[in-house]
Design a protein around this ligand. Structure first.
Ligand code: GDP
Ligand code: MG
Length: 283
């Protein structure tokens, strides 16, 4: 099997002089991004909200990403004690669709979370369940059965999915260190191929960037200047065939006690790109 990241050349710890992506930092800019997301005009009137699905190995940071988005819009840390994974097993066993509120109103997107893709055939979510979720065939609240995919006889099966139930952007959550082996990569490549066949846009979020680069750990504003992160993104792009423009490095809120303006900026920037792709898909 072997670890995916161990095949890379040793990371260069250098910083680039100019970054490969420009984020506008600051309170005003963050407020502007929030405002734009609040007022996002959906390109299809039949769609109530854009539907994002996050998938990836257990402990990749899927639930943390959702909680981070939640915290950014709530303007305070959201307690994630029940949602983050403990040990090596998935915490998220039911198909949960998370709405987000801003200034007392629902934002025009939801993010669904599925059980982690785990090693071995009989644990974690089945790729067939993810394909059903992409097509909108799994109802909210369905409890995944690791040994049997959801089918017509299950009450959690949606036999008449509408454009609202479908996934509008598939987000692979991949940690920059650990958790990845060749079997997992193959499973994700297969899922990616099916999403491609369905025309669903895909994005990769590279999480835990703070663990990969000491500069980034020190200052998240350096994330798009870090050679290490750039190399990780390239390795990811080569392995999945996802263009660099669709890969976003992110640091989730995980042990912070307070919000951080610059972490918010990276999260809001990433979310904006994801929602733009999703909105293009429903048009
Ligand atoms: N250092 C660091 N830790 C993170 C980050 N995102 C998540 N974590 C931690 O990684 C572990 C697994 O996260 P979780 O969101 O439960 O993963 P999930 O299984 O994919 O939902 C938790 O202990 C998180 O606190 C990150 O960006 N940086
Ligand atoms: Mg989780």
């Amino acid at each position: 099997m072997g670890d995916f990241w161990s095949k890379e050349s040793p990371p260069s710890e250098q910083l680039m002089e100019t970054g490969w992506c420009e984020i506008n930092w600051g309170t005003l800019q963050n407020n502007e991004m929030k405002k734009n997301l609040r007022k996002l005009q959906l390109k299809n009137p039949a769609v109530q909200h854009l539907h994002i699905l996050v998938i990836g190995p257990v402990r990749a940071g899927k639930s943390s990403f959702i909680q981070s988005v939640n915290s950014v819009f709530k303007n305070r840390m959201v307690n994630a004690a029940c949602t983050v994974a403990a040990g090596g097993k998935s915490c998220t066993k039911t198909y949960t669709t998370n709405p987000f509120e801003d200034e007392g109103r629902n934002l025009p997107f939801v993010i669904s979370d599925v059980m982690g893709l785990e090693k071995g055939r009989d644990s974690g979510v089945q790729p067939r369940d993810i394909i059903s979720a992409l097509k909108g065939r799994i109802k909210e609240g369905y409890t995944f059965n690791p040994v049997k995919p959801c089918s017509e006889e299950d009450t959690g099966y949606n036999s008449r999915p509408t454009v609202n139930d479908m996934v509008h952007c598939l987000v692979f959550v991949i940690p920059v260190s650990g958790c990845m082996d060749n079997d997992l990569i193959r499973r994700m490549q297969n899922i990616r191929q099916i999403a491609c066949d369905l025309g669903i846009p895909q994005v990769v979020i590279l999480t835990k960037v703070d663990l990969a680069c000491p500069h980034v750990k020190e200052d998240i504003k350096l994330v798009y200047k870090s050679q290490t992160i750039y190399q990780k993104m390239q390795a990811c792009s080569d392995a999945f065939g996802v263009p660099m423009s669709c890969i976003f490095p992110v640091k989730n809120y995980h042990d912070e006690k307070q919000l951080n303006l610059d972490m918010d900026s990276v999260l809001l920037f990433t979310l904006t790109q994801i929602l733009n792709y999703a909105n293009d898909f429903v048009a």
